[in-house]
Write a protein that binds this ligand. Structure first.
Ligand code: PHE
Length: 380
């Protein structure tokens, strides 16, 4: 009796495992994977991006799908952790057999997990990872955004030509691929433009007390401080800077600042600050307006730049799947490479030979706890 019950449990467990293991393929469906930081330190990057992808899927499926099939996106949460990102991409490829992958946002995770996609020959499209190395020498990895070489140069030009400042402080996360890469590009361009970097400091990622660094920055008397980091650290820096009398309007950042948590946490402290970005809700582009209208109708709040990038990367990928000679990873890769003049919410995209989409770079101003479009500059 006992043994039969144990046997029964064993059989149903085995059956359940079998069901999970061999999830049946629906012939009317095309499976795409998405790995994102849906929880952990950079969670708004992931959740904002997912909202954009969801809207793209909904619109695409409502319009008849791709190649007559429905798109299904399988989401995986990498918890803002590089090791998890690698595992999730392996799982999406080996277990779920996706034909292509969307993700990540943070360059450090796209770099690590992109290696898996590249060696497994499954195309990956990152919506917003800007570090140059993410796509370099990677035949299977693409991005739908500009690079940090371009972004850093634009920030330097904006400070020199628009803000008309010459004495600059630089403060960045030393071990982070994104932050240190963007700082490097900025340094090079500022020197070309004749600006002077009066203080240049790297902090350790994860630090929370920046007061000593900030006092050193203040003592060097810069006119502007460029801080290319992520929003979570910037909230702490802005608050501590205010305490020691560095005005928020002195700060300039990069796209990593884009999060509603930045203005929720330090909106007042950053009044008058600027940052380079992919997009702003009031950007004067026709396709963006359509996107903002559709998005706000569904979600009842404004999209962030990450959302717009998530939407564009998904739409561009679906377009490539449609154009591919067959719905296989290899044919989709070829179609991605051939992308030309794709009209997205964040600009018109053509894949260059390094798999980067060259788009105008937006400068956002923080005013009254809101992100407002200030200007746009072309990447060179
Ligand atoms: N560009 C950042 C990176 O590469 C990620 C990011 C993009 C963050 C857009 C916010 C907004 O790490």
């Amino acid at each position: 009796m006992v043994s039969r019950r144990v046997f029964g449990v064993g059989v149903s467990l085995a059956a359940a495992l079998l069901l999970v293991g061999c999830e049946k393929d629906d012939p009317n469906e095309i499976k795409v994977g998405a790995y994102l930081s849906l929880s952990g330190a950079d969670s708004t990057f992931g959740t904002d991006t997912r909202e954009g992808i969801e809207l793209a899927v909904e619109e695409t499926n409502a319009g008849g799908g791709v190649r007559g099939k429905r798109i299904r996106v399988i989401y995986e949460d990498d918890k803002s952790n590089t090791y998890e990102a690698v595992q999730k991409v392996r799982q999406l490829i080996d277990r779920n057999k996706v034909v292509a992958i969307l993700g990540e946002v943070a360059s450090s995770r796209s770099l690590a997990a992109g290696l898996i996609a590249n060696t497994s020959h499954v195309p990956m499209v990152t919506p917003s990872s800007t570090a140059v190395e993410v796509t370099r020498n990677r035949k299977w990895v693409f991005r739908t955004c500009f690079t940090d070489d371009q972004q850093g140069a634009v920030a330097a030009r904006f400070i020199t030509n628009d803000l008309k400042k010459k004495k600059i402080g630089l403060f960045f996360a030393a071990q982070d691929s994104y932050s240190s890469g963007l700082a490097r590009a900025f340094r090079t361009e500022i020197r070309k433009l004749g600006g002077e970097i009066v203080v240049d400091k790297g902090y350790q990622k994860g630090e929370t007390n920046f007061r000593t660094y900030l006092s050193e920055l203040k003592a060097a008397n810069p006119e502007v401080v460029f801080v290319p980091n992520y929003y979570n650290e910037m909230v702490l820096i802005a608050r501590q800077a205010k305490e020691i009398g560095i005005p928020g309007s002195m700060f300039v950042g990069g796209d990593g600042w884009d999060s509603s948590n930045l203005v929720d946490g330090a909106g007042a402290e950053l009044e008058g600050a600027h940052f380079t970005n992919h997009y702003a809700p009031d950007v004067p582009w026709e396709n963006s307006k359509k996107f903002v209208t559709a998005f706000t109708a569904k979600y009842k709040h404004l999209p962030t730049s990450l959302t717009a990038q998530g939407y564009d990367s998904a739409k561009l990928l679906f377009d490539a799947i449609e154009r591919a000679t067959e719905p296989t990873p290899a044919a989709i890769r070829d179609a991605l490479e051939a992308t030309k003049d794709f009209k997205g919410a964040t600009g018109t995209m053509t894949m260059d030979k390094d798999h980067n989409a060259n788009k105008p770079i937006v400068v956002v101003r923080i005013e009254d706890k809101k992100f407002l479009y200030a200007t746009q500059l072309l990447a060179e």
